[in-house]
Design a binder for this molecule. Structure first.
Ligand SMILES: [Ca+2]
Ligand SMILES: [Ca+2]
Ligand SMILES: [Ca+2]
Ligand SMILES: [Ca+2]
Length: 484
């Protein structure tokens, strides 16, 4: 091709394109410093047609990414040496489908999905992001201003309440170390919290906060009670510490691992499900809720009861994970627990707030494995809730629900890669990248060496994983922003 031919191409294609696309006089034309582009005749022609040209640095490499693809194409075609036009077409089609499409989609995926924003949004410091072990988070409107905060369960330090400060564009801890703060009680340094959940237990429209404490006991009896915080008298106070509840001996002084809220009767008043870790016949699973008959809301008296026995969930096991939702029920909530040293529970709501364990019939007992993080989602969008959880250094599970209303059945469809054992803790299912397919995030901990977190896509099948970042023993909170 020479300059004249190039100008002919521009005349036949560029001007009609500018007109067809209604780009007008503001448009800027881009080409590189190839001699036929920079020839005086070409420059004059572009000037005469009033076309602005993007200035291009001399000796600069091609900046248009498509050029890389053209180069690859040339190399591959040269290797295959097509002898005629039909041959060339065949080679091009082959290259496009088997070489370039996979490369392009891989290139899109290799672009990190997350960016770290800890340094700007939650810089480590003593008050807001202290160096400590944190063991869980609940999202709730702690200060009742209509925006959500993050309540972080501090294990060897205070609990934190992280609120987004719009002026400073960062998260700040509003549970400050000051006795006059309405949030002071929430810090509860001595609790060694290992879990937290928030829901409205008395039906007044504001959520209470339940903190599961260990005080260094990991099975059986604990020396320090859990706390159930309600905003009352201008500050958060522990309901379990009220005289009436002390007399009823309702406080959970047992070692547990997970908590969840459940509106077991569909009344809008929630109960707290506590997955305790039994030692022999001490510490069955517990279910704490307001005893309406014994309470007097107008006088601020909230009597609590442990109703686990009457609800049929007071089982002894190594409780680890618990998740609540309409798993097999239409509207009411069921409960799934993945346990350690024992079969899992799938408590189906009998319709009256009592439960029957159907884990064995449903095929989700998994009795030889030790469950950890668990979550619910409808992965295949068939309207039936599916269950995904991690087993400690054992195969991870993705149970798709198959059964009908009369017979509950689940099938583990985890691929080899997905199920690969790891020292897993938390499992999250969400559409992280907004492509309307769910991803599953496995948070692994450093255990006898480092271990990467993993993120799996669910696109009809589970196949590729993506290393986010190896985690070491956590020392402060890290915050990631999902790129959009
Ligand atoms: Ca708030
Ligand atoms: Ca409430
Ligand atoms: Ca499903
Ligand atoms: Ca997605």
């Amino acid at each position: 091709m020479d300059g004249a031919m190039y100008r002919e191409i521009l005349a036949n294609n560029l001007l009609p394109s500018v007109r067809a696309l209604k780009m007008g006089r503001g448009c800027v034309f881009q080409h590189d410093n190839d001699p036929k582009h920079t020839a005086r005749a070409t420059k004059e022609w572009l000037c005469k047609k009033h076309l602005k040209v993007l200035e291009w640095p001399s000796q600069s490499p091609d900046l248009n990414p498509i050029e890389n693809l053209w180069r690859e194409l040339k190399v591959h075609i040269a290797q295959r040496q097509p002898r005629n036009l039909k041959d060339l077409e065949k080679v091009m089609m082959f290259l496009w489908v088997f070489i370039f499409l996979p490369v392009l989609s891989a290139a899109q995926r290799s672009e990190p999905m997350f960016s770290a924003v800890t340094e700007t949004m939650l810089p480590p410091d003593y008050d807001n992001n202290p160096t400590q072990l944190n063991y869980g988070v609940a999202v709730t409107d702690v200060d009742n201003d209509g925006d959500l905060e993050m309540f972080v369960a501090g294990y060897n330090g205070p609990n934190l309440v992280l609120k987004y400060d719009k002026q400073r564009k960062r998260l700040v801890n509003i549970a400050v170390d000051n006795r006059s703060s309405p949030f002071y009680a929430l810090r509860d340094r001595q609790g060694n919290a290992i879990g937290v959940t928030a829901c409205d237990i008395d039906g007044d429209g504001r959520e209470e906060i339940y903190v599961l404490n260990t005080n260094n006991a990991f099975s059986g009896r604990a020396t320090y009670s859990d706390k159930l915080f309600k905003f009352r008298n201008g500050r958060f106070e522990d309901l379990l510490n009220d005289d009436i509840n002390e007399h009823r001996d309702v406080a959970n002084r047992l070692a547990g691992r997970s908590v969840a809220c459940i509106d077991r009767k569909g009344t809008g008043r929630y109960a707290i499900y506590i997955a305790n870790y039994a030692s022999g016949n001490v510490a069955p699973h517990a279910l704490i809720e307001m005893d309406e008959a014994a309470s007097d809301l107008s006088r601020g008296i909230i009597a609590l009861s442990n109703v686990a026995e009457q609800a049929g969930v007071n089982k002894f096991t190594g409780g680890r994970g618990v998740v609540v939702g309409p798993i097999v029920s239409q509207y009411l909530s069921d409960v799934f627990c993945d346990n350690e040293y024992g079969p899992n529970f799938l408590f189906v709501n009998n319709g009256d707030g009592t439960f029957t364990d159907v884990a064995q019939q449903a095929g989700v007992e998994d009795p030889m494995q030790h469950g950890r993080g668990v979550t619910l989602a409808d992965f295949n969008r068939d309207g039936k809730m599916d269950i995904v959880y991690g087993n400690w250094n054992g195969p991870h599970r993705l149970y798709l629900q198959l059964g009908n209303n009369r017979k509950h059945r689940f099938k583990d469809i985890a691929s080899q890669k997905f199920s690969m054992p790891s020292p897993v803790r938390t499992v999250i299912a969400a559409d992280f990248d907004n492509d309307s397919e769910l991803e599953v995030f496995f948070n692994n901990i450093a255990y006898r060496g480092s271990s990467s977190n993993r993120l799996f896509s669910y696109a009809g099948y589970l196949s590729f994983d993506m290393v986010i970042e190896p985690t070491s023993k956590s020392q402060r909170l890290y915050l990631y922003h999902i790129k959009t």
